[in-house]
Unconditional design. Structure first.
Length: 304
């Protein structure tokens, strides 16, 4: 199911040197998948990840209307289940097929089977460490087929509703659609069993988990916010970073520990350009920045 309008938010998956292999797995698993763009590391200079010059930096792909960025960032960060992706299907047979494809050489976190919330559900970590929750049943009206899920556990437990409302306040048109809380005997009463927020064209779900998973949010699963002008960069950089920590190259962590990248929408075009020299100039300029400066990046790209 494609969205009715494009989202400014894109999940970014940090991989070691596996973006092309992961893109091939996902393209072969999800019907209608397509590669949108591929960008490459600089031809003229070494890069922070230690990858060969000119090798693939990112693969942009679309799966069932959900845009993803797969990033070859090196071995520094590894995905974990604190951010997973719900995959909603109408038929149990399709859930079976998807689960089997994603589980190959991966790890089953919850076996595929019947649960109180679905006749067919399973949670799996694929061979690249990315977690997927495959579920059969009716989608909420207007909901997407693939939806990022944030799990608030460990030091972040109990903050899911606070985060959903904070994100809804940051993004124009954002609204919390649903908050279902644990009842006595199910979990800590009042914490979020399932929450849903719409941020423009992007749906997110969230839950509090009182189980000790030993993991929390890290840079391996981040969310890119594509900005049309410097005013948007400035606003999202300040709002998302409030109470968190700003980092290099447009990256930040919000006060819940979730990572975001506040980037110009034009960055996709610059980094996928066939003009290697222009692409390298823009990339090298970005490496020297914290908050990204669109005008300075444009000048670098143009060689001015």
């Amino acid at each position: 199911m494609a969205r009715s309008s494009p989202s400014r938010i894109t999940p970014c998956i940090w991989l070691d040197d596996q973006a092309e292999q992961a893109a091939a797995l996902y393209a072969g698993t999800f019907p209608g998948a397509r590669t949108v763009a591929t960008s490459r590391h600089s031809e003229s200079a070494d890069n922070p990840s230690g990858r060969p010059r000119g090798s693939v930096l990112t693969v942009e792909l679309e799966l069932a209307g959900q845009r993803f960025t797969l990033l070859n960032g090196g071995p520094l960060f590894v995905p974990n289940p604190s951010v997973s992706f719900f995959v909603r299907t109408a038929a149990p047979s399709e859930a079976d097929r998807l689960f089997a494809a994603l589980a190959e050489q991966g790890e089953t976190l919850m076996p595929l089977g019947a649960y109180p919330w679905s006749e067919r559900y399973g949670w799996v970590k694929d061979r690249f460490g990315v977690s997927w929750q495959v579920i059969a049943g009716r989608r909420p009206p207007g909901a997407a087929s693939i939806v990022p899920c944030l799990m608030f556990s460990g030091p972040q437990h109990g903050r899911a509703e606070e985060a959903l409302r904070a994100y809804a306040a940051v993004f124009p048109g954002g609204r919390v659609e649903q908050v279902e809380r644990y009842a006595a005997g199910e979990g800590p009463p009042g914490t979020v069993k399932h929450g849903r927020v719409l941020l423009g064209g992007q749906e997110l779900v969230a839950m509090d988990s009182h189980v000790a998973h030993g993991t929390t949010f890290n840079e391996a699963l981040s969310f890119q916010v594509r900005c049309e002008d410097q005013g948007e960069v400035d606003r999202y950089w300040a709002a998302l970073g409030e109470g968190g920590a700003h980092g290099p190259c447009g990256w930040l962590k919000d006060r819940f520990g979730l990572s975001w990248q506040v980037v110009p929408a034009a960055m996709d075009r610059w980094m996928a350009s066939g003009d290697g020299a222009a692409r390298d100039r823009a990339f090298q300029a970005m490496l020297k920045m914290t908050k990204l400066d669109i005008a300075a990046l444009q000048r670098a790209y143009e060689g001015r």
